[in-house]
Design a protein around this ligand. Structure first.
Ligand code: FAD
Ligand code: AMP
Length: 478
């Protein structure tokens, strides 16, 4: 094996593998080191996203949604199925097959594009050198013209709720339950807590979500967050805000949880407890003391807007650097760095990173929320359109939520788009495209959308910014 490369990437999650593939496509001799092992102890590529994150969670979200739909809503469509039952083992093994297919896909992409995959641990030394330690313990020092660090993140653990085999689990454990826990506690009403809480609630768990903050989804638009909370509560998620978990103990096959709220101390007994209190950058063992790369005050690798660290030719991308911990954000950073190494000048536009919560209905947004604009003292106008008035949503029996667009009051430039509704994750892409092209609400209103589609709600909300949505009562005649 060669020990000289143009580029060495550490980490093969969506940030690292995208960087490695793009480098190789651009003719750079590239190696990518990753230490992850799958359930069978075999090396696996794709990082958190493919193995324990985005993909497996969506496989369970989609499967559990279909189950719930069949159980609760098919009769409304005139479909009678007889008893609908769930086979958890089958659902989990199908999820594993999806993961295997996709991680195997990265292996093929590496091979096809000429990326050398190195299975083991990478550690950055000074002078653009990396020690690669293979899983069998063999060590090799590699040197590279450029190094890209993409080691990702890991779940935050909190002292009051130490992980306890199979009973108090993190998000990874919550993707592996072998039966539906009758009573499930979730600490944290963030994206991961709500998604995993939804999976098991749909499959039959009584789910209590304990969230320290008083506000639900503070990062989302207030109106959307309020409506989402009502809908999710209606689905059976018992979301308790302003509750700080102070202890959790596994005892006799159950978990005793204690928490505080404005009324005092409480306790709760559950069969399983998911700790979903966020993720932290993962840098253990990554940096030799003299390598020159610095951390910021929150433990992220310090980089500038172009993902360059303090060491020339050493870059860092993905969850390990500032910005939202999202796969697509990491991928775009990885591609940007690869192309910059090859001499091109792309940028990542951090103002148009879409956020999605894959509950049902989904919650998705891009740009600024109404409360952010208000706090900044900006002059804005709002247009919204409810899915209850969308022909396609009605036809599909899926009418909860709305599209809300905020635009600058003077220039009409779109500043934020917020969607609560079916396929919000897909609809928000239209908003990202519009915002990337600096569209005004009027521009979006002048574009033709196919009928009947959910996308028409985006169109109508854009028209609504100017006060002339067609499928809304509007007495202004201009
Ligand atoms: P990672 O995917 O964490 O990959 C880093 C890789 O580097 C890992 O394989 C790690 O083992 C390896 N590594 C670390 N250090 C070393 C080292 N020193 N040597 C060798 N290898 C090393 N994001 C979304 O955008 N959409 C979603 O729907 C979504 N859902 C999620 C659901 C869950 C349950 C979770 C946990 C996360 C979810 N995320 C989602 C977040 C997403 O998974 C991360 O943002 C993304 O994986 C970050 O990519 P990354 O490449 O930076 O790091
Ligand atoms: P996120 O970072 O989006 O995954 O969300 C994690 C959530 O967990 C945040 O909203 C935190 O407020 C919440 N959280 C963290 N620690 C606790 C705790 N001890 N009890 C309840 N909620 C917590």
């Amino acid at each position: 094996m060669s020990d000289k490369y143009d580029v060495v990437v550490i980490g093969a999650g969506p940030a690292g593998y995208a960087a490695a593939i793009r480098c190789a496509q651009l003719g750079l001799n590239t190696a990518c080191i990753d230490k992850s092992l799958d359930k069978d102890g075999e090396p696996t590529l794709g990082g958190t996203c493919l193995n324990w994150g985005c993909i497996p969670s969506k496989a369970l979200l989609d499967a559990s949604h279909k189950y719930e739909d069949a159980k609760k809503h098919f009769a409304e469509l005139g479909i009678h199925t007889g008893e609908v039952t769930v086979d958890v083992a089958k659902m989990i093994s199908r999820k594993d097959e999806v993961v295997k297919g996709l991680t195997g896909g990265i292996k093929s992409l590496f091979k096809g594009n000429g990326v050398t995959a190195l299975h083991g641990t990478g550690r950055l030394l000074a002078n653009r050198q990396v020690v690669f330690t293979a899983h069998d313990g063999a060590e090799q020092t590699l040197s590279a013209e450029h190094i890209i660090l993409a080691p990702g993140s890991v779940p935050v653990e909190i002292p009051p709720a130490p992980l306890t085999d199979g009973l108090i689990v993190d998000s990874t454990g919550a993707l592996e339950f072998d039966a539906v826990p009758p009573r499930l506690g979730v600490i944290g009403a963030g994206v991961i807590g709500l998604e995993l809480g939804s999976v098991w609630s749909r499959l039959g768990s009584q789910v209590v979500v304990l969230e320290a903050l008083e506000e639900f989804l503070p990062m989302a638009d207030e109106r959307i967050a309020r409506d989402a909370k009502k809908i999710l509560t209606g689905q059976g998620l018992d979301i308790r805000l302003g509750t700080l978990v102070t202890g959790a103990k596994a005892e006799g096959g159950e978990v005793q949880v204690s928490y505080q709220d404005a009324e005092g101390e409480h306790s709760l007994t559950v069969d399983k407890l998911i700790v979903a209190v966020g993720r932290r950058p993962y840098t253990e063992g990554l940096l030799a003391p003299d390598c020159g790369v610095n951390l910021d005050e929150r433990g992220f690798l310090y980089v500038n807007d172009l993902c360059a660290t303090d060491v020339p030719n050493v870059y860092a991308v993905g969850d390990v650097v500032r910005g939202p911990m999202l796969a697509h954000k990491g991928t775009e950073e990885g591609v940007m760095v690869a192309e910059r190494i090859a001499g091109f000048k792309p940028l990542v536009n951090y103002d148009t990173v879409p956020s999605v919560i894959y509950t049902h209905p989904e919650i998705a947004w891009v740009g600024k929320s109404e409360q952010e604009l208000k706090a900044d003292g900006d002059n804005y106008k709002v247009g919204s359109f409810p899915f209850a008035a969308s022909g396609r949503a009605l036809a599909a029996n899926d009418t909860q939520g709305m599209v809300k667009i905020v635009a600058d009051a003077d220039s009409d430039r779109i500043l934020g788009v917020h969607v609560l509704g079916p396929q919000a994750s897909e609809l928000v892409a239209q908003a990202v495209i519009a915002m990337e092209f600096d569209a005004s609400a009027e521009d979006l209103g002048l574009i033709m959308f196919a009928h009947p589609t959910l996308s028409e709600a985006v169109h109508e909300a854009a028209l609504g910014v100017g006060g002339h949505a067609i499928h809304m009562v509007n007495r202004k005649r201009k």
